[in-house]
Design a protein around this ligand. Structure first.
Ligand SMILES: Cc1cc2nc3c(=O)[nH]c(=O)nc-3n(C[C@H](O)[C@H](O)[C@H](O)COP(=O)(O)OP(=O)(O)OC[C@H]3O[C@@H](n4cnc5c(N)ncnc54)[C@H](O)[C@@H]3O)c2cc1C
Length: 478
């Protein structure tokens, strides 16, 4: 059966104003925004309960100019944030989209906090690479599980229908290029055709589809995929069939710090606070502070495909605000020793290389020096015994390429213009991370999930409303 078919509205068994495929951060933000605009969204989720990659994340949303920042005396602006995104993506991202998400993030975080009671605050004891202000907003547990659970509760409080154990399997488009509806498969195998005025694809990217990863991101073809397995590239596959414009398909969020063999994320705070990575020979191999995303491929090409991250108790104290780090400690992933020589023995590593690297780094820290890779160290990053280490590998977290969208989150056509009633948000949409792992600025994932989700929901709701009133889809403001 083809994934996309043409069909008239008459062929549907049910009709709703707005269908949202996927109940991650993007889908649920879209649903809340649509509901506020007076439209009843119909959310379809393949899993038994909403989780997605959102639940696997640290749940940190970057946002500029928020009251949480102001309360801590942090000065920031949407313009500064947009410039940071563009700098990290080497100017390769769509500027209008960058400006839209940078400007939308502050209001988004305050919207979720004020309207739906999500208790955000801003992390102020370390910064992520590439952000020129402290702007990572997180929930008390610093987990994506808390984020998705709170979004789900908000959706429940608004009586939003989330149909779980239901897979969107097929799109129907009319001959004039409007999306007419979908075919969904329930958990019991029953198929159902549902028509809609507007459709939002919030089903994330193709990290869970090994063939698509091999096709678009060959360097990660054999890497551990750390995201949600149910994100199988449906948006991209449908997009290819209906003539949508696809962009940035080689872009992704990698992470060069996943404890192995435990498969637990070790926060990049460990590096940003002064930790380093060495390979099995005890040698450093790059400027770790560029970012965790590009570090994934760099770790994977080291002998054995792993590295050791070395730090101290002070740094562990900062990292412990993350549940993942505490889990890693409980799992025995973090080892400790009183001297670098003992640590080298515990890591089964020759002491000579490690000892020289460690001595050089600690010396550079004392004099705020620049190393041979271009990393600048600072005196407050100095480490003292006991020393800690964790063995890590590189992983693919999520893909950043997808359906190109305009600044209303409407999917663009390859032939020019946009589909009148098809929207994409989050990992289903092409993000703002340029064309590779190196363009990913921390937080770009939830940034485009939440901000584009909200935008798609409110714009699609206008469309569903105007459609109900008998107007044409193309009357939605651009
Ligand atoms: C370990 C990890 C840590 C991360 N940390 C951060 C972070 O701190 N900050 C940040 O900004 N980003 C982070 N990210 C990235 C972030 O998680 C994602 O960018 C974000 O969650 C994407 O949200 P989404 O709603 O697009 O996708 P998801 O949350 O994955 O939701 C998509 C949903 O669609 C469903 N679905 C898929 N296909 C179908 C279909 N055909 N029919 C029905 N349902 C379908 C899936 O089951 C899923 O529930 C991290 C990712 C990982 C893996």
């Amino acid at each position: 059966m083809p994934a996309v078919s043409t069909l008239d509205d008459a062929g549907f068994e049910a009709r709703v104003p707005l269908i949202i495929v996927g109940a991650g951060a993007a889908g649920l933000c879209a649903a809340l925004a649509a509901r506020e605009a007076g439209v009843e969204p119909f959310v379809i989720e393949r899993d038994a309960s909403p989780s997605g990659s959102t639940a696997l994340s640290a749940g940190l949303v970057p946002a500029a100019g928020t009251r949480f920042q102001r309360a801590k005396g942090i000065s920031d602006s949407a313009e500064l944030f947009a410039a940071d995104i563009q700098r990290k993506s080497h100017g390769e991202s769509d500027l209008a989209l960058v400006e839209t998400v940078a400007a939308g993030a502050g209001p988004l975080v305050e919207w979720l906090a004020d309207r739906y009671g999500l208790p955000f605050d801003v992390i102020d004891n370390f910064n992520y690479p590439g952000h020129s202000a402290l702007r990572m907003h997180g929930l008390p547990t610093r987990t994506g599980r808390e984020l998705i659970d709170r979004l789900r509760s908000a959706a429940e409080s608004q009586e939003i229908t989330v149909l779980t154990r239901c897979l969107a399997d097929r799109l129907f488009v009319t001959t004039d290029g409007r999306v007419a509806g979908i075919e969904a498969v329930r958990g019991n195998g029953v198929r159902e055709r549902i028509g809609c005025d507007a459709l939002i694809l919030a089903c994330n990217g193709y990290g869970g589809h090994p063939d698509l990863v091999r096709r678009f991101i060959p360097e990660m073809a054999d890497a551990l995929y750390f995201g949600h397995p149910g994100n199988r590239g449906d948006a991209v596959l449908w997009g290819e069939e209906i003539g949508a414009s696809l962009a940035s398909l080689g872009a992704y969020q990698g992470h060069g710090s996943v404890a192995t063999p435990h498969n637990i994320l070790i926060t990049w705070a460990v590096i940003m606070q002064g930790g380093i990575q060495v390979n099995a020979e005890g040698l450093r191999f790059c400027n770790e502070s560029r970012g965790y995303s590009e570090q994934a491929a760099d770790v994977l090409v080291q002998p054995g495909g792993f590295a050791w991250e070395i730090f101290d108790e002070r740094i562990a104290g900062v990292a412990r605000q993350f549940e993942d780090f505490r889990d890693a400690e409980r799992a025995g992933a973090i080892i400790s020793a009183d001297t670098i020589a003992e640590l080298a023995r515990a890591m089964h590593m020759p002491l000579q290389g490690l000892s020289a690297e460690w001595g050089e780094v600690e010396d550079l820290k004392s004099r705020a020096g620049l190393d041979r890779f271009g990393r600048r160290f600072a005196p407050d990053q100095k480490c003292v015994a006991p020393f800690l280490a964790v063995k890590v590998t590189g992983a693919l977290f999520h893909t950043q390429g997808g359906l190109a969208v305009d600044k209303c989150a409407r999917v663009r056509r390859k032939a020019g213009g946009s589909f009148p009633n098809l929207f994409a948000a989050g990992g289903a949409a092409a993000g703002v991370s340029g064309s590779s792992a190196a363009g990913y600025l921390s937080g770009n994932g939830l940034l485009t999930a939440t901000v584009l989700g909200k935008l798609a929901g409110s714009t699609a709701a206008l469309l569903a409303g105007s459609s109900r009133a008998g107007a044409h889809a193309t009357e939605v403001p651009r």
